[in-house]
Design a protein around this ligand. Structure first.
Ligand code: PLP
Length: 350
């Protein structure tokens, strides 16, 4: 639980969150998953969106399978959902992890024979199994599939993870075939392969459960999803100061913007320490009531200056919203859609 000082005023920046868009995205991804059900990757604080606001909405919409990376991410989820609905992707690295999983009732994702043995030695129980079909990162190697100890596991979801689902490369098909081989070799309840992008690769990739993450939160991994995915997150900040500057004056560190005419500018309470990174300098845009407010000069740690020429009525305490549609923001900055979300800092009210 976050404990707040009772007199703490609300912050001057907030993460506008659209629960309808999240709901609609999950429903669209569930529909695109065909016979399979969609789960949800909610690791890294729900991709930075805030797990405490994301999970209740997803659960109320019908989502029943939630994936986090670290054990430390479990307690927040258990305030909203049953432990049997939670899978921990990093798996049990230590006996402490195993003990925690058994006490809580969440599922470890077993990623190696070592993890399988560690889990079984403590008495085992329901778990998931990740098979590495080509990413060479985390998961049981295909060459270990014959090991006897795997027969003793009580596997709910047998999963694998795609290398490049947002692209059409041969490896997608190869991974799909290896995953099917693994499913044929190892008894399990449900099979799962597709992340967000994988959902668009067709029914052969769906199995029983899909695991979208980025697309739930407004990311568009493949162009064919652009029509159905809605923006979920809208970073907003309050104007702290307004000033009129004469032609020839510069704005911000290193004087990278020079006014070519007299103009009105506003300083907002959002900077790179909040995840509005310096790559937005001179190219970011904010808006209010359909009016465009370009970023002027460098983004600083706690502040950004915007052009108020088109909105001279704005003043101290008024709020503006960043242009932050993920596909466009990614194209503008070179940051991935994933990074754009997960960098958003802790000073945002969520
Ligand atoms: C993060 C993750 C996902 C979700 O991936 P997206 O590309 O965000 O849809 C699915 N499965 C695993 C194993 C993951 O680590």
């Amino acid at each position: 639980m976050v404990t707040m000082h009772p007199d703490l005023p609300p912050p001057a920046l907030r993460l506008g969150f659209d629960p309808d868009a999240l709901r609609s995205n999950w429903q669209a991804l569930d529909r695109l998953s065909g016979r399979a059900c969609a789960g949800a990757a909610v690791k890294a604080d729900g991709y930075g969106v805030g797990v405490r606001q994301v999970v209740p909405v997803l659960h109320a919409t019908g989502c029943r399978d939630f994936f986090v990376a670290h054990w430390s991410e479990v307690p927040d989820l258990l305030d909203f959902i049953a432990p049997g609905s939670v899978s921990v992707l990093h798996g049990p690295l230590t006996d402490g992890d195993v003990a925690f999983a058994r006490v809580c009732g969440v599922k470890p994702v077993i990623n190696s024979l070592e993890q399988a043995r560690r889990w079984l030695a403590a008495g085992g129980g329901r778990c998931d199994l990740m098979v590495d079909t080509g990413i060479n990162r985390l998961g049981l190697p295909m060459t270990d599939l014959g090991d006897e100890c795997l027969r003793a596991l009580e596997i709910d979801v047998l999963l694998s993870h795609l290398v490049s689902s947002e692209e059409d490369i041969d490896l997608n098909q190869i991974q799909c075939e290896r995953w099917q081989q693994a499913c044929a070799a190892i008894p399990h309840q449900r099979a799962s392969l597709a992340n967000s992008g994988g959902i668009a690769l067709g029914s052969a990739f769906h199995g029983d459960l899909t695991r979208p993450g980025i697309a739930l939160y407004g990311g568009v991994p493949r162009p064919e999803m652009a029509e159905v995915i809605r923006q979920v997150v809208h970073p907003q900040a309050a104007i702290m100061q307004v000033r009129d500057i004469p032609v020839g004056d510069t704005v911000g560190y290193n004087a990278t913007f020079t006014a070519t005419a007299a103009m009105r500018v506003g300083t907002i309470a959002l900077g790179y320490a909040d995840g509005y990174l310096r790559c937005w300098s001179g190219k970011g845009r904010f808006h209010v009531d359909g009016l465009e407010l370009p970023v002027l000069g460098r983004v600083s740690m706690d502040m950004t200056v915007i052009d108020l020429s088109h909105a001279p009525h704005l003043g101290e305490g008024d709020w503006v919203t960043a242009d932050y549609a993920l596909p466009q923001a990614s194209a503008a900055t070179g940051l991935s859609q994933y990074e754009l979300l997960t960098v958003l800092g802790r000073r945002f009210g969520r």
